[in-house]
Design a binder for this molecule. Structure first.
Ligand code: FE2
Ligand code: FE2
Length: 217
């Protein structure tokens, strides 16, 4: 039988858990990734479109948050993970893609080359970059881009979180309010809906014309 009191207290608990988790994620991100979070590179990343509806910056933060969340869940299953390596790896995984149009001559080249370029950016931002973080970044594109499969749990976590977030970006689109980004995808969307509106207007006009002619006859 439905128990409204139980249901509302359960909802409250879920909400509180979610808020606590969000705070812990932010804390871990700042603790292990402050050099990256405060970098000009990440700032620039909010100005470059990614996965049609998103920006490299938004995508990066979502991949990092999702990866950390997976680590928390695995910890509950007694599977320990290297959270500092996951934070650094996920926050840097796509930073090498900045300036994509000038750097790469094709989508394929971009997909193959950007992980290595991201490792270079990571080395610049985090001078003591660990091999584990570098491997996470270098293999994150797996199974795309001809990438080698991740060789650690942490690499697998970031690679899966990257696909999950990319699919969500592509399907749902993201909230670009406040980012100052009016990306090409949005302009494309506007153009298509304007064309559609013009067609609708033409159909309406022709219907009105036909009606007027019929009335006159
Ligand atoms: Fe990538
Ligand atoms: Fe990515």
């Amino acid at each position: 039988m439905r128990n409204p009191y139980y249901e509302s207290s359960l909802k409250k608990r879920i909400k509180a858990d979610r808020q606590n988790r969000r705070k812990r994620i932010e804390k871990d991100m700042e603790k292990y990734g402050s050099e990256i979070l405060n970098s000009e590179e990440l700032k620039d990343a909010f100005g470059q479109t990614h996965h049609l509806w998103s920006t490299v910056g938004e995508h990066t933060l979502r991949v990092a948050a999702s990866s950390i969340m997976i680590c928390y869940a695995l910890r509950k299953l007694n599977i320990p993970t290297n959270i500092p390596a996951v934070v650094v790896g996920s926050l840097c995984h796509d930073l090498g893609i900045l300036g994509r149009d000038e750097k790469y001559s094709s989508k394929k080249e971009c997909s193959v080359e950007h992980p290595r370029d991201s490792v270079d950016v990571a080395r610049h931002l985090v001078p003591e970059l660990t091999d584990e973080s570098a491997e996470i970044i270098e293999r994150h594109m797996w199974p795309a881009g001809g990438s080698k499969a991740p060789n650690t749990k942490e690499g697998m976590i970031v690679s899966i979180a990257d696909k999950y977030v990319a699919v969500k970006d592509l399907i749902k689109g993201s909230d670009l309010k406040g980012t100052g980004v009016r990306n090409t995808a949005h302009r494309q969307h506007e153009r298509v809906s304007n064309q559609l509106q013009e067609k609708i207007e033409k159909v309406r006009e022709s219907i009105t014309d036909t009606e007027e002619k019929n009335n006159a006859e």
